[in-house]
Design a protein around this ligand. Sequence first.
Ligand code: HEC
Ligand code: HEC
Length: 377
Amino acid sequence: MFRLKIAMLFILCLVPLSTALALFLPLPKLPPIPNDNPLVEEKIELGKQLFFDTRLSKNNNLSCNSCHNVSGSGSDGMETPIGSTGKKHRRNSATIWNVGFHTSLHWDGEALSLEHQFALHLVDPAVLDNTAKAVEKRIANIPGYKRQFAEIFGDEGATVGTIAKALASYQRTLVTASSPFDRFLEGDEFAINEQAKQGFATFQQVECGACHFYVNFAGPQPGIALEMGEGFWELFPNTRGTKYEEKYDLISDDLGRFNYTGDENHKIMWRVPSLRNIAITGPYFHNGKVKTLDEAVRVMASTELDRALNEQQVADIVEFLKSLTGRFPAQSLPRLPDDNGVEDAINHRKAPKRAGGVQMGVFTIDSSGAMTLPLAK
Ligand code: HEC
Ligand code: HEC
């Protein structure tokens, strides 16, 4: 409880409390875009191809979309997934929707940006299990990719850094705005039903909102107090010895933030995750052990707030959480460059460059329309 009070104080100092709603804001259309990776159409398109491409994984068998299905919840619906070379991951595949709004990534907040996140996944034995060298070689040798990387990144070509930038650009477009609750915040009082309104009131009253607030229901981020690369962690479980701790294996050898900092104070500290689309992203928690949303709400109330909610309160909160399911922009399947470059050679044949003109047969036409014979070599 002590930690929680600090969190509340912290929030009270930062946010004008003219309305309680100021803590809960509609999702913007786009997340913050880093200066060194501007969002441009060609890069988003390239990132999308890479997102669907199994050639990033060691055994050519898993794409990002295998575990983060963008035709669905952005996750895989499994407790924990199995990586490219058969190793079981110890964590649940977090949803990819709205990831751009997190200031740090992974359940323990280890990744400081989407660009950094790719570098971790690439070598994770239970995800892509690949190496920088192997993936660079593989991607740079596919003619269609080679051409696109050269057009977008110039001489740098396809490197882990530029692959990560392209992937991050695509992921920043994965935003599910306009959920019923967003529309409610924007003034449409009929966008959510009475039970969801009651659930929102209970959510605030029992202090779920002390941790799950602001645009992504994941804390003071981004921009309000935290910049990209800074994290918002809490102890989970905060209250020790509840019946859920053993039942759902909440304390295991996976100790959260401690794993990578080695700081005793960081044991069982986890990043506060988003609650957007939570009704469809189960199973829940970092180990994926809790199957239903109502049970996840009971676990949270008990482990984080030392409270037992009655069944009406649980049902109301669940109804409110359902109103956080947004509108999912449809994703079309990209065409992936083939290994030997046949299609790329046919469809992206380079026109020889002639000063100021478009080549047409043996003549060139300049911008004024005048025709000239090609220059002698
Ligand atoms: C084998 C399944 C698997 C594949 C394939 C996979 N991921 Fe993940 N992804 C996970 C898991 C598991 C986590 C949680 C990792 C953690 O917290 O340590 C995760 C987390 C993430 C996150 C952070 C989400 C958050 O809320 O913090 C991002 C971003 C992400 N993956 C992007 C990608 C991209 C991009 C690719 C393709 C290059 C990819 N993933 C491929 C399983 C997978
Ligand atoms: C002290 C901070 C804190 C409070 C208070 C809190 N949560 Fe959480 N919540 C977290 C953290 C941290 C996690 C991630 C736990 C993990 O590592 O699995 C989480 C996870 C969740 C999840 C699962 C997310 C997922 O993707 O699997 C749900 C649902 C949730 N919280 C709802 C609530 C509700 C409802 C309340 C109020 C009853 C609440 N939380 C109160 C910090 C908090």
